[in-house]
Design a protein around this ligand. Sequence first.
Ligand SMILES: Nc1ncnc2c1ncn2[C@@H]1O[C@H](COP(=O)(O)OP(=O)(O)OP(=O)(O)O)[C@@H](O)[C@H]1O
Ligand SMILES: [Mg+2]
Length: 227
Amino acid sequence: MVKNGKKQVADTVSIGTWKRFRKNTGVTPKYFQAFCKSLGLNWEEIVDNIQSESTTMPVSLDLENSPVFPYFYGRNQQLESSKKWILQDKCNLIFLLGRGGIGKTLFSIRLIKEIQNNFDYVIWRSLETSPTIEYILEDSIKFFSQQQETTLPSTLDEKITKLINYFAFSRCLLILDNAESILHSGCHIGKYREGYESYGYLFQRIAQSSHQSCLLITSRENQKQLI
Ligand SMILES: Nc1ncnc2c1ncn2[C@@H]1O[C@H](COP(=O)(O)OP(=O)(O)OP(=O)(O)O)[C@@H](O)[C@H]1O
Ligand SMILES: [Mg+2]
C-alpha cells in the first residue's frame, strides 16, 4: 500500500513481536518466515518494517576466545569511518589490513562494542588456527540459527547460500580475524593457501549478494586479490 508517498505496512510484525516469538518458541527465522507467509503477511514488507525499527540489544553475541583488553586508546577517526561504512553505507564486506601488532584485533573488538546494538547477531572468530571453510560456515550457521540447524547441506555452495539467507533475514555481523593464516606470504603474497581457496569464493558471494549483514575481515597481508 502506498500512502503519502510512503510505503505503509498493513499487517506488521514488530521486532519486539519477533523477539518474543523467538524467545518463547525457539523457532528459526526460516520457520518464522514460513509462519508469516501462512498468515498471508507480506514477508518483504515485514523485513522492511523490522529493519526500520531500532533495537537496543543484540540478540546474540559470541566472541569466542577474543582477547580481553582493559584499555583502548585513540583510533577515533578509523572507528567513525568503519561505523559509517557498516551502518550508513551498509557495506557487505570490509577488509581491515595492517602490519602485525598495529592493533587490528583490538580495533575489531572495540568496533563490536560500539556497534553491536545495531545487530541481531554478532560473532567474532579467529582464523589463526587455519580452520576449514566448512568449519567456519557450520559454526556460523549454527550460531545464526541458535543451534537449530543441525543438519547442513552437503555442498559448499549450499552452505554459503544458507549463510547468506541468514545474512538476509537478520542483521548479522561476522568478524574473521587473522585472515593471513589462510594466505600465502612471501613471494606468493595475496594468494590463498592450498585448500583455502574457497574462502575467496565465500567473500565474493557475500560481497555480491543482497542482504543486511556485514563480514569484516582483518589480515596482516596487503591483499589485492582477496576476492
Ligand atoms: N588502540 C589501542 N589502544 C591501546 N593499546 C593498543 C591499541 N592497539 C593496539 N594496542 C596494543 O598493541 C598490541 C597489539 O594489538 P593487536 O593484537 O590488536 O594487533 P594486531 O594488528 O591484531 O596484531 P597481529 O597482526 O599480530 O594479529 C595490543 O596487545 C595492545 O597492547
Ligand atoms: Mg590480531
